[in-house]
Design a protein around this ligand. Structure first.
Ligand code: HEC
Length: 299
């Protein structure tokens, strides 16, 4: 009886404490609050954003300005309402990316560019909204159509990468994207250079001249863009490294090497060890035989 009461009390306590944990509104970290969109909001981004909103948000948030949102608790709010609009762009982006309460996250449904496009649509219902200046965050928003090509400029003797995106059938350069250049090694890859694309979407790398390559001096290069969304990768095989002869195992001093013998002290101590173990084993076997003999004579 007593035990039952304690059990019920502790379970109730557990439920209360966990439910209060969940009902807590997740606050947005300050660095996420100040995040800005990576592009200017234009009539085009608003138009694309409207389609994204109708397909992904309307079922709960209703039509902006009509307060016809779904009856959920807490309410999803009308996107045109002042309470909703008082979120900063960064806060909206964070809520979209992480979800909140009954609202799901959209990291897998919408890429970063689409999340910002829907925010641009939501902002179009706010007459007093002014887009904050775009901050370069080092993060890259890449679309499905972005492409990176790694190549070698023979006259400049430099490796360079070009990043473009397809816009209305034309390839448009993507500036300000940081690219890391790696050399493939036996285990993993080694970072050798870093550069950002300029206005023409081209990044030149200053690669060190003394990287060991294969027996012909070839290096396996891998370029990767930074950022947390889909990363772009491009590879290149180029004769840029120092010619390196593969190491012959017989060049080193080793047990199996007949050209260079192991040092005498090593051989002697090794033999001492082996002989010592042998003697110990034989001694133990003799002792065991003795035990057996005593046992036999006793019975
Ligand atoms: C399943 C229903 C649902 C869908 C779909 C949904 N939301 Fe929400 N949203 C909610 C609810 C419920 C809240 C209130 C959450 C809370 O405060 O705990 C909310 C809150 C928000 C907020 C914060 C508003 C504030 O300050 O309280 C933003 C911003 C937001 N949603 C944007 C979007 C966008 C943009 C989409 C579409 C990409 C979307 N939501 C899709 C249900 C939804």
């Amino acid at each position: 009886m007593q035990l039952n009461r304690i059990l019920i009390a502790s379970i109730t306590l557990l439920i209360i404490s966990t439910s209060s944990l969940f009902s807590q509104t997740t606050s947005v970290p300050s660095e996420a609050k100040n995040k800005t969109a990576p592009f200017l909001f234009t009539p085009e981004t608003i138009k694309t954003g409207e389609q994204i909103f109708n397909a992904n948000c309307k079922s709960c948030h209703g039509d902006p300005g009509k307060a016809n949102y779904a009856k959920l608790n807490p309410i999803p709010k009308d996107p045109a309402s002042p309470e909703y609009q008082k979120n900063s762009d960064g806060e909206m982006f964070y809520i979209l990316s992480n979800g909140r309460g009954l609202m799901p996250n959209f990291v897998n449904t919408l890429n970063e560019a689409q999340r910002w496009q829907v925010i641009s649509y939501i902002r179009s219902f706010n007459k007093s909204y002014k887009q904050p200046p775009i901050k370069s965050t080092g993060e890259v928003v890449k679309t499905e159509t972005a492409k990176m090509i790694l190549a070698f400029d023979k006259s400049e003797k430099k490796v360079f990468a070009t990043i473009t995106d397809s816009v209305a059938g034309l390839r448009k350069p993507l500036p300000d994207i940081t690219i890391k250049l790696f050399v493939k090694r036996t285990f993993g890859s080694l970072l050798v250079a870093e550069a950002s694309t300029g206005k023409e979407g081209i990044a030149y790398f200053n690669t060190p001249a003394d990287i060991p390559g294969d027996s012909l001096g070839f290096l396996s290069l891998i370029a990767k863009t930074q950022g947390n969304s889909k990363e772009l990768i491009s590879t290149l095989n180029e004769k840029l490294g120092v010619v390196t002869k593969p190491k012959n195992l017989l060049d080193q001093r080793a047990w199996w090497n007949v050209n260079k013998m192991a040092p005498v002290w090593l051989i002697i101590s090794y033999l001492f060890g082996v002989v010592g173990i042998g003697i110990t084993v034989v001694y133990i076997l003799l002792q065991l035989r003795k035990i057996k003999k005593i046992n036999d004579s006793a019975t």
